[in-house]
Design a protein around this ligand. Structure first.
Ligand code: MN
Length: 210
């Protein structure tokens, strides 16, 4: 079975749809979104509509957590979460919250492990701190340097390459596929075990929109 993983979408619906069209995933492919579906970008409702039409799994990112923590009164929403909430039809936002609440913190199969943020290489997956997996806390930059979990680890959340649109890959071990679409980079998809990559360049740097 093929697994296709897509980096941080951040409400970039045009690039997301273009990437899906380019990949043309089969029903039998396992499609995984790396989390941070919304915030910062132009069209959160469009992204959520597309996600709801797909047979896919999405990992929970720190931006999902921000939306989930806000309504429960645990914390105030970040400014970008407020903007997203106000930009979405109520029903679509409620559907997003329901999706986010059901999102797993990690995914694994015999070919790979995937998390939105990071992990502690010495701990078993089911004993990882949740806020490390979601990217709510940041480990030291060296966390990934010698990582070798015996199968590829795929992460999103931040750019590890010098170049904005370039994934950071240590073949067979580490795949950082957040290539900053919302910052004018690209949206990246990775297929494992083949290692095939697809990219759609961002139409613009959306982070300057306010
Ligand atoms: Mn993130």
């Amino acid at each position: 079975m093929k697994t296709i993983l897509i980096g941080d979408i951040h409400a970039c619906s045009r690039e997301f749809s273009a990437l899906l069209e380019r990949i043309g995933p089969a029903r039998s492919d396992q499609l995984i979104l790396m989390g941070d579906l919304v915030n910062k970008g132009p069209d959160p409702a469009g992204v959520i509509r597309t996600v709801r039409s797909l047979n896919c799994l999405c990992l929970r990112g720190n931006h999902e957590n921000d939306h989930l923590n806000g309504p429960a009164g645990l914390s105030k929403l970040k400014a970008e979460s407020e903007l997203t909430k106000n930009a979405m039809p109520l029903e679509e936002y409620a559907a997003y919250l329901a999706l986010a609440a059901a999102m797993p913190l990690y995914f694994e199969n015999s070919d790979l492990i995937a998390v939105h943020g990071a992990l502690d290489p010495v701990l078993p997956l089911d004993q990882q701190p949740a806020d490390l997996l979601t990217g709510d806390i940041t480990p030291p930059p060296s966390w990934k340097d010698d990582i070798n979990l015996g199968r590829p680890l795929v992460v999103g959340h931040k750019r590890y390459s010098r170049e904005q649109a370039e994934p950071f890959i240590v073949e067979g071990r580490f795949y950082g596929i957040d290539t900053g679409c919302v910052y004018g980079g690209a949206l990246t998809a990775l297929e494992l075990p083949s290692g095939e990559l697809w990219q759609v360049r961002a139409a613009r740097d959306y982070s300057t929109l306010k």
